[in-house]
Design a protein around this ligand. Structure first.
Ligand code: PMP
Length: 444
């Protein structure tokens, strides 16, 4: 029953849940609900099927309702529901860490578990700061992020992140943070397939920041190797290599935020392997458990990890961790997920399907309002001309219309982003882009 109070939102079945990153008032007037999911499709509360063009939120890389993952969680819940994360262990967390190590590029030997991408970012930043201190280099406290970078929503992440809306309401963030310029050059890059040729020089800005503050004050640079949430921005050829070169030269750690690019999205295990550029720390989450149980991780090289292993053996080496780090259900889901990826060859599948995906996506170039299309692996974006005075409105309308017509896409600003489960078939790709074409053609 609605119990309206003057000046407040109406109280009803939907009012209690304050939804994240959602226009709550608008949503609650016309809610969109998923009630089940299987394979490539969600089912809505009205019984309609919606093709998952986004792998949930870039996370269900093996598709939905995968029996192996469901069964692993069920079994684990009945066997060991929870074990203290501190000073106690359980086998599944160790097993998953070893499996991740074996899957990751060679220098990554150690795994620190978190519960989300945001927590992975905070953890990586703290490890970077503590690493320098552990080596007697305590003056390295500055952090460098990038404009249009998304590193989750906690204070470290929004400080190094470069999305204005995610920062401006929250006052003073971390101090001692600089931002590199973002890597998107619309005039040079529009409609490039894969990595654009121009723009490696944008990494040189790091030298300017180093000259400004002194290398001995800088702890780490964090970037998404391919920026996802801010509109699928590709690294120009040579850009990541240059960042690695400059950071190494100055003793600055390089962190790749692979919360989206990890687990096959680009057709390789991680973007570090895909681009063959090795950072010092990798953050991941999402696809680690196929999005089914919240979990994230930070992968560290032996050099980073071993710098902490020097004090007395009874002493805790890193004063950091979460009640749910390496949670048994999450670990069981993670192992079953990695098994599924390996057995079904899903990363290779993403690489194989990438050319078909690219063709389909770029066929939308002649649709009205399209000003750019970008892609790599099984990720893609269509950028629309904003409506004057009403930015984001046109793309959001495309999202709403797509949902009505049976496809799920995601929008960020005036960019429509797509990142389907890696089990996608060519017929689903045709459905996704065919429906999106209808939607785009009907937009004002
Ligand atoms: N980093 C990146 C690169 C991300 O894309 C995201 C989520 N989209 C995050 C961090 C934050 O992850 P979470 O929402 O799990 O905290």
């Amino acid at each position: 029953m609605a119990l309206d109070r003057p000046g407040t939102a109406p109280r009803n079945d939907l009012s209690a849940f304050w939804m994240p990153f959602t226009a709550n008032r608008q949503f609650k007037q016309a809610p969109r609900m998923f009630v089940s999911a299987d394979g490539m499709y969600y089912k809505t509360s009205e019984g309609r099927e919606v093709l998952d063009g986004t792998a949930g939120l870039w996370c269900c890389n093996a598709g939905h309702n995968r029996p192996r993952i469901v069964e692993a969680i069920r079994q684990q819940a009945g066997e060991l529901d929870y074990a203290p994360a501190f000073q106690m262990g359980h086998p599944k967390a160790f097993e998953l860490a070893s499996r991740l190590r074996d899957m990751a590029p060679e220098p990554f030997e150690h795994v620190f578990f978190t519960n989300s991408g945001s927590e992975s970012v905070e953890t990586a930043l703290k490890i970077a700061l503590a690493y320098h201190r552990a080596r007697g280099d305590a003056g390295r406290t500055r952090l460098i992020g990038r404009e249009r970078g998304y590193h989750g929503v906690n204070f470290g992440g929004i400080s190094v992140g470069g999305i204005v809306n995610n920062r401006k309401a929250f006052g003073t963030l971390l101090t001692g943070v600089d931002h590199l310029p973002h890597t998107h050059l619309p005039e040079d890059h529009a409609f490039t397939r894969g990595q654009p040729d121009a723009g490696a020089y944008l990494a040189d800005d790091l030298e300017r920041i180093v000259a400004l503050h002194g290398a001995e004050t800088i702890a780490a640079v964090i970037v998404e190797p391919m920026a996802g949430s801010t509109g699928v921005l590709m690294p120009p050829k040579g850009y990541l290599e240059k960042l690695r070169e400059i950071t190494t030269k100055h003793g600055i750690l390089l962190i790749f935020d692979e919360v989206i690019t990890g687990f096959g999205r680009l057709g390789s295990s991680f973007a570090a392997a895909h681009f063959n550029v090795m950072p010092d720390l990798i953050t991941c989450a999402k696809g680690l458990t196929n999005g089914v149980v919240p979990m994230g991780a930070v992968l560290a090289t032996a050099q980073i990890h071993d710098a902490f292993m020097t004090g007395p053996e009874h002493m805790i080496e890193l004063f950091h961790g979460y009640t749910y780090s390496g949670n048994p259900l999450a670990s069981a889901a993670g192992i079953a997920t990695l098994d599924t990826y390996a057995e079904e060859g899903l990363f290779e599948r993403a690489a194989e399907l990438a050319p078909y995906w690219e063709e389909g996506l770029h066929s939308l170039r002649d649709c009205p309002h399209v000003i750019d299309i970008r892609n790599m692996g099984l990720i893609g974006a269509v950028e629309l001309e904003p409506i004057a005075g009403a930015p984001t409105k046109r793309a959001f309308q495309a999202f709403l219309d797509g949902y009505e017509k049976g496809i799920l896409v995601r929008t960020t600003g005036d960019i429509i982003a797509m990142s389907p489960p890696l089990i996608i078939e060519k017929s689903h790709i045709d459905q996704l882009f065919g429906t999106l074409r209808e939607v785009l053609c009907a937009l004002d």
